[in-house]
Design a protein around this ligand. Structure first.
Ligand code: DSN
Length: 419
């Protein structure tokens, strides 16, 4: 009994330590974000233990009356924020959104085209992930490593040749808007559906600071609710189609296709995050991109090899840096060293790397620092901290103190309502 209690305490201590590490450091993982106090209230509620299946007003459980109000408000807000005629707010992650879209719009054995994981595609776009689970026959796009996007002419030619049922566009390494319109035109010519995985860039899209996939040919947009979109963990499934049959297919692919009950407290959190996004999202999205551009330029000025210089380094929340030669593992070492100074990032494969566990790159994101109120001048300070640690070889303990000092001025979450 004591051992069990001790274990519970050990878990809670680690939970608090994790909060302290992030709260005194610089969280720069491009797929993460921080939730607002009001979203936290919604998430930390009685709803966390409740069940619902179906859609508002059409449930398989009693007790859903209040939750029907919440989910209906979330759906309507998602339609406004993403400028979509259809929204499903139930998927429990971006991958689950992808599974639902694939279930709705493809059959096992169908052909699909996507970005390869080596070029930054997400694992759910791969044979080892949701694409394989659905039994799809995958062909990946030729990649333009200079522009860090599919080689548009070759990708369109490939789509015309392969004639897939689905052309999947989007990735986890996402520096620039995809050449979506051209690829969607090619896909529609051969009768393919177009799915845009906007997991990383959903908040930038909603804030008008990136491309607008539903106006550029995407039939369906999937995404996470917790990366640049600053809500609780989960997913969205969106479409601008008014085709009721398609909308029904998408809804049934979510339930019962890929979810039974879902995370009601997260749906409430998504609804609050959507409301806050309507009030603050445009500024937040533009500030996040401005910070990424400032960080990239500052890192380059400090002597780092920042990818895509010719295109201005980035047009999203992400920045990529190269450390050493391909497959050298220097990206892994850099990420580990940064963490000792309280700077949390992730190693990433870059063009030329072939080994996911020993790549040469780092992927950085500015969305969370932006949410804490940092701006372009703080991005210059951040770049200087990187230089002191990774180029000058300064002792991590000393850099850690300055990380802590910088962060102490940016404790609270911005772009949200008062608690
Ligand atoms: N693997 C995540 C990322 O960091 O991009 C997305 O699921």
């Amino acid at each position: 009994m004591d051992g069990a209690r001790d274990m519970a305490e050990a878990v809670l201590n680690a939970v608090e330590a994790s909060g302290r590490h992030y709260g005194t450091g610089l969280p720069m993982i491009a797929s993460e974000n921080v939730i607002s106090p009001l979203v936290r209230r919604a998430v930390d509620s009685d709803l966390h233990g409740r069940y619902a299946e179906g859609l508002p007003g059409k449930r398989y459980y009693q007790g859903c009356e209040d939750f029907d109000t919440i989910e209906s408000l979330a759906i309507e807000a998602a339609k406004r924020v993403f400028n979509a005629r259809f929204a499903n707010v139930q998927p429990t992650s971006g991958t689950v959104s992808n599974m639902a879209a694939l279930k709705a719009l493809t059959k096992p054995g169908d052909r699909i085209t996507a970005v390869s994981t080596a070029d930054g595609g997400h694992i759910s776009h791969a044979r080892m992930g949701a694409v394989g689970l659905r039994g799809l026959d995958l062909t990946t796009y030729p990649w333009d490593a200079e522009r860090m996007e599919p080689d548009v002419d070759a990708a369109c030619a490939l789509i015309r040749e392969v004639e897939p049922s689905m052309a999947l566009v989007g990735a986890s390494v996402f520096l620039f808007p995809m050449p979506l319109q051209e690829m969607a035109d090619a896909a529609h010519e051969v009768g393919a559906h177009v799915m845009y995985d906007g997991a990383h860039v959903l908040g930038l899209i909603a804030g008008g600071a990136f491309q607008d996939p539903l106006r550029e040919g995407a039939d369906v947009v999937t995404g996470s609710s917790h990366k640049t979109f600053p809500g609780p963990q989960g997913g969205f499934l969106l479409s601008d189609s008014d085709d009721e049959q398609l909308q029904r297919k998408l809804n049934t692919a979510v339930f019962p296709g890929t979810n039974s009950s879902y995370h009601l407290h997260h749906v409430a959190g998504k609804a609050v995050a959507l409301a806050e996004f309507e009030a603050f999202g445009v500024d937040y999205a533009h500030d996040t991109v401005a910070n990424a551009k400032a960080l990239a330029a500052a890192l380059a000025a400090e002597g780092f090899d920042v990818l895509a210089e010719d295109r201005g380094y980035t047009a999203s929340h992400q920045v990529l840096t190269r450390h050493g030669t391909s497959d050298s593992g220097a990206g892994r070492h850099a990420a580990a060293l940064l963490e000792t100074a309280g700077i949390v990032t992730n190693m990433n494969m870059l063009p030329g790397d072939t080994k996911a566990m020993s790549p040469s790159g780092l992927r950085l994101g500015t969305q969370e620092l932006t949410r804490h109120g940092m701006g372009p001048s703080e991005m210059e300070e951040v770049a200087a901290l990187y230089r002191r640690l990774l180029i000058d070889g300064e002792d991590a303990t000393r850099v850690r103190l300055d990380v802590r000092e910088l962060r102490s001025g940016f404790a609270d979450v911005q772009y949200c309502f008062e608690a």
